[in-house]
Ligand binder design. Sequence first.
Ligand code: FEO
Length: 172
Amino acid sequence: MIKTTVQEAINQQIVREMFSSNLYLSMSAYFHSINLPGFANWMHVQAQEETTHAIKFFDYLLARGGIVTLGVIDAPELSWESPLAAFEAAYEHEQKVTSWINEIADLAFAEKDHPTNVLIQWFINEQVEEESNASDIVARMRLAGHDRSSMFFLDNELKQRKFVPPATGATT
Ligand code: FEO
């Protein structure tokens, strides 16, 4: 049986992952509204990934005999002052998610909850990729600056991103 402290942390993280999904959907709509369909696609795929993160925690909690109590998901922002500002906000958000994941790792360690420790290793690795993906795009946007052809090129590249459903196991 999972400890209440860990159960609460995972329930909170499910809501945060769903917030992340909504945030990226909102960013996708924003990019769509300013005629950057590739950026919009990238964010759309990212939103789907975030949902799978929430489901992964959800499935895990049930597999451990825990109780799922879903809280309120805050509304995301609706627009940003520039495409760069939106991606900078995404990168900042991922850094925040990493700190939440690390807090769960610390808690699992303190509670000697080895299964949660195994699960959270997956998320720790995932966050390395999440931060790297967002920061790479921020760096390329800064390089592009106001050069429309560079932004057009980047937009075309981001159009290629496709959602790949992850393995379904709670700890895979
Ligand atoms: Fe689920 Fe982007 O972290």
